[in-house]
Design a protein around this ligand. Sequence first.
Ligand code: TMP
Ligand code: ASP
Length: 255
Amino acid sequence: MSRRRRIYEGKAKILYEGPEPGTLVQHFKDDATAFNRKKHAQIEGKGVLNNRICEFIFQHLNAIGVPTHFIRRLNMREQLIREVEIVPLEVVVRNVAAGSLAKRLGMEEGTQLPRSIIEFYYKSDELDDPLVSEEHITAFGWATPQEIDDIMALALRVNDFLTGLFLGCNIRLVDFKLEFGRQFEGEMMRIVVADEISPDSCRLWDMESGEKLDKDRFRRDMGGLVEAYQEVARRLGVLSGSEQQSPPRGPVLVQ
Ligand code: TMP
Ligand code: ASP
């Protein structure tokens, strides 16, 4: 049991008060939801895998100078993060037509886009996260024009990094969602990557077979979600040999 103060509970994560001012603990649950909670399940082992995959990606982003809220992993399900003020946008970067873009524009899933496309969705469960333009964002004060510039530049750097990272594991990065936060340091404010990057928030297709290695397996009732996330972790080198064999039962063994 935890006596820590719970700051926020989302669909797949909980934020607790951190050990020092300006920090939080981000806890990854096993819950999977889709279509704004219309679909919900517990998928044993998902939280542990996402914590590890997210740690791996955020550590690398920090190392190449893309600022993130990530400080360090604490245990199997938790990481220490910097407290930030979340910009109320879901920022989607797309390289290949899929999901809502394919549907909206009548494109065949899998069509390579002429260039990477960034989309903004306003974070609102009541409204089902509607697609919005930069005009809406600045007019309603969700972010300033400078912040939008920073967000777009960071989103493209994350895309370049992740595309290469996954290419090296024979995985096609189709699209992914980012969230950003304002980190305050005295008088200074900077935009950092926040929330998570994991197979919950990306579309990842095996380069040869096209097999889906992401949350679409849950959204589309395909099954095998934990096995797919394990495969991503294995290819990234996040899981050691003995952990690759059996699907997780209860807590997964991590190094
Ligand atoms: P979409 O095609 O459904 O708009 O999704 C685009 C990308 O964003 C895809 O990689 C999944 C991710 N995503 C989230 O992480 N959270 C969400 O709530 C939605 C709708 C999509
Ligand atoms: N995360 C969103 C939900 O829980 C939607 C999604 O990822 O498909 O409904």
